[in-house]
Write a protein that binds this ligand. Structure first.
Ligand code: AMP
Ligand code: ZN
Length: 464
């Protein structure tokens, strides 16, 4: 029943054992705040939320650090193309600082709506320029860098195991990759520090020994901030699969080179993409679907959460509005069933155990949410345990599933006049001991989608 997680580094499921007792250090690459998050990005943050909730469920203490990328991320991961923040600023006629501030707030709003637990520490790249410069200086001192065309580069040929996470075949890649930055000595080398020579309009710039005004490359922020808040070695690092070949590969190179080649992170976890008609969801064009797009269509953010839980995080998830409507209907049913549970029954820990064990096994098996969700449904359908046990189990499961069952309120069920009239007639029939008529009226009520039950004072009506 112990937790196993698929480690990209070994390409196997491994038993999870933290470096220090029950304390877990977990770093998640956060958003680049030049636009709204699309729902594909949110799938990634949801996977990290399930991971964190599962660790907490298993009684680990979790320090969850997430960065906000507000500088240095170019449209191509290979250090070429436009600066994403500048692109956002130009699009909206605002400053890059205003763009960063606005989309950071939008991101926080989205994660709240999806009931994602907030990170223990949210850190902005622009608030940690000093730490980034310090780390580059360490690398420079150890001989891992070179200066060319105004930029400081990381020399990947200095590390024997560069590319181990992505299992890159460097020789084959060298042939295949179209390289545009002619300053690079090796195709996989990457920028640690840009000087202003790259973009004349660059607003975000800082002085350093490499030039009066410059700014960091994208990868160094994660190495510098993760080290600052989690130490030189920590347990888990996660993000989407697109980060494996470049961003995370380069984070490992910088961090291990700076820390005398000691292994940096023990477990690397990556989520597969949300896909739309076999394409990756992107931040432009018709494929750009945000949480607000869904809300406008009457989909609750928790419906989207439920939809994502139905597919394992390491499998691509095909998006369609039909499938999302299905998830919405299923969550509605689950909520209704939960609200109908009576809390006055007797309770038995022994009877709950079987289901609690199954749920724990499933979620601890590399976060198998589809199976864990199915256990919740099995509990609701089970006839041999009381409502009180069902209620208690579902609340326990929801600590991981995060469907916010605790906050559900019983809405006063609006019962159609016709159903009420039939129920009244049935009560009269019962009082007259006309059982045949009473049964017939029960049947007619059922046809209208309601169930009538007898109580001490008369009857109660529920939705079927
Ligand atoms: P970004 O803001 O581009 O840095 O992306 C934030 C997170 O979303 C990263 O961990 C990406 O790997 C992840 N991501 C990007 N596109 C998708 C997608 N279509 N499906 C799932 N995750 C994605
Ligand atoms: Zn990162």
């Amino acid at each position: 029943m112990s937790l196993t997680l698929y480690n990209t580094l070994s390409r196997t499921k491994e038993n999870f054992v933290p470096l220090k007792d029950k304390n877990v250090g977990m770093y998640a690459c956060g958003p680049t705040v030049y636009n709204y998050m699309h729902i594909g990005n949110l799938r990634s943050f949801l996977f990290e939320d399930i991971l964190k909730r599962t660790l907490l469920f298993d009684s680990f203490k979790v320090k969850h650090v997430m960065n906000i990328t507000d500088v240095g991320h170019l449209t191509s991961d290979a250090d070429v193309g436009e600066d994403k923040m500048l692109k956002g600023a130009r699009r909206e006629g605002k400053t890059v600082w205003q763009i960063a501030d606005f989309y950071t707030k939008a991101f926080l709003d989205d994660i709240k709506k999806m009931n994602l637990l907030p990170p223990s520490k949210l850190c902005k790249a622009t608030d940690h320029i000093k730490e980034q410069i310090e780390m580059i200086k360490v690398l420079e001192k150890k001989g891992y860098t070179y200066f060319k065309g105004g930029n400081v580069y990381f020399d990947t040929s200095k590390l024997d195991d560069y590319g181990k996470l992505a299992q890159l075949n460097l020789r084959a890649e060298t042939q295949a990759r179209v390289e545009k930055d002619l300053n690079k000595k090796n195709p996989h080398d990457f920028v640690l520090w840009f000087t202003k020579s790259k973009f004349q309009e660059q607003e975000m710039k800082w002085p350093s020994s490499w030039g009066k005004a410059g700014y960091p490359g994208w990868h160094i922020e994660c190495s510098a901030m993760a080290t600052k808040y989690l130490g030189k070695q920590f347990d888990i690092h996660c993000g989407g699969i697109d980060h494996i070949p470049v961003h995370h590969t380069n984070e490992i190179a910088q961090s291990e080179a700076a820390n005398s080649k000691k292994p940096w992170v023990k477990y690397w976890l990556h989520n597969e993409f949300l896909v739309l008609q076999r394409e990756k969801m992107a931040k432009s064009g018709e494929n750009f679907i945000t949480l607000s797009t869904l809300i406008e269509k009457g989909i609750d953010p928790l419906d989207y959460r439920y939809f994502c839980l139905g597919t394992h995080y390491r499998k691509p998830l095909m998006f369609s509005y039909e499938a999302l409507e299905g998830a919405k209907a299923a969550r509605k049913r689950l909520n209704e069933k939960f609200l109908e549970l009576k809390k006055t029954d007797t309770s038995s820990a022994a009877k709950q155990k079987k289901y609690l064990d199954t749920f724990t096994n499933d979620i601890n098996d590399d976060l198998n949410t589809p199976k864990a969700l199915a256990v919740a449904w099995d509990v609701l359908k089970e006839e041999n345990i009381t409502d009180k046990d069902k209620h208690s189990l579902l609340l326990k499961f929801d600590k991981v599933l995060g469907l916010n069952l605790k906050a559900l309120k019983k809405e006063k069920l609006k019962i159609p006049a016709e159903v009420k009239k039939l129920a009244e007639l049935r009560l009269v029939a019962r009082n007259n001991k006309d059982w045949k008529k009473a049964d017939e009226l029960r049947g007619r009520i059922k046809e209208l989608g309601y169930v009538v039950g007898d109580t001490k004072d008369g009857y109660e009506i529920k939705k079927e």
